[in-house]
Design a protein around this ligand. Structure first.
Ligand code: CP
Length: 317
């Protein structure tokens, strides 16, 4: 596997989920696979879970790990071609990427949407520069449009907790004070549909996601209708995707906060969120602290999803 952005990069998804179960049962089973191999994890944006879980996954496989926070301690990087670099950016990404590739065997990149241009974000321009110029296998650790390590961990979690073969899974928009990327909801929808779940997406008008990720889902503006009979409720905020309002916050409607009353509409659903989460905005304290909240096991499964992905990349070197 040379790149990891989408479920199809894993091939047979059910086989990958089976492999995740085996890794979870013995996460050190391949502790020699990464001997004398180095993972370089590059962060253009902040992280807690991805930073820790991906390092842990690499260590499970016996790899060495280098972590670089591009904006703290490295030269500030120019990403546009054809500019006169007379500002505060000392190095161009086009030199920095192959240099970084020369020090490692696999590269993970976190680089969020900038909301300056939808075309630019949806071309995954920065991640593509790593894929094209590093000479190394590259995996997204949340890039402009996708967060596949999170979505894979979400599926592992649903498989562990589902009470019927094809659960009703609801992805619901919830309010947030800032504009957030669509990467998590895009990937969650894409992976849930790839797994064959009965997926409903609920959001206020104006928050339609890119159809490339949601085709096959039931989409509604009525959150209560969506929640009825749900087995899993996945809450997330995202900013508008539409060309006219790309990256904008169109609503802070607090009636979309996932509360105990909202969860009472469901089929005793489990609550999920990728974290970090704003309590009182996305979800109430009683829901996230309830026995039906899966946010902690979901985060813990990030180690498992990353171990499977790094293992596949090491086996293909
Ligand atoms: N869910 C997730 O990716 O968390 P971090 O942003 O803390 O890595």
């Amino acid at each position: 596997m040379r790149t990891f952005l989408h479920p199809q990069d894993l091939g047979d998804l059910q086989a990958a989920l089976q492999e995740a179960r085996a890794i979870k049962a013995d996460r050190y089973a391949h502790a020699n696979l990464g001997k004398n191999r180095t993972a370089l994890l590059i962060f253009f944006n902040n992280s807690l879970r991805t930073r820790l879980s991906t390092q842990k996954a690499a260590m499970n496989l016996g790899m060495n790990v280098i972590v670089l926070d591009v904006n703290q301690g490295a030269w500030r990087l120019e990403t546009e071609r054809g500019v006169v670099m007379d500002g505060d950016k000392s190095e161009h990404l086009l030199e920095a990427v192959p240099v970084m590739g020369s020090y490692c065997d696999v590269i993970g990149v976190r680089t969020f949407a900038r909301f300056e241009s939808r075309d630019d974000d949806y071309s995954e321009r920065i991640l593509r520069q790593f894929i094209d110029h590093s000479g190394r296998p590259v995996f997204s650790m949340e890039s402009a449009t996708v967060h596949p390590l999170q979505a894979f961990a979400d599926l592992i979690t649903i498989e562990e907790h589902k009470r019927k073969a094809r659960p009703k899974v609801v992805l619901t928009w919830a309010p947030h004070p800032k504009a957030l990327p669509q990467a998590v909801p895009n990937s969650f929808a894409e992976w849930a549909l790839a797994a064959g779940y009965d997926l409903t997406i609920a959001h206020p008008e104006g928050y339609e996601l890119c159809e490339d990720f949601t085709r096959g889902a039931h989409i509604t503006h009525d959150q209560d209708e969506a929640l009825r009979g749900a087995d899993f409720v996945y809450a997330k905020n995202w900013a508008a995707y539409s060309a006219d309002h790309y990256g904008q916050v169109l609503s802070r409607d607090m009636s979309w906060t996932v509360s105990r009353d909202k969860m009472a509409l469901t089929h005793d659903a489990a609550f999920m969120h990728c974290l970090p989460v704003r309590r009182g905005m996305i979800v109430t304290d009683d829901v996230i602290e309830s026995p039906r909240s899966l946010v902690i096991p979901e985060a813990a499964n990030r180690e498992i999803s990353a171990t499977v992905v790094l293992k596949r990349m090491l086996q293909a070197l």
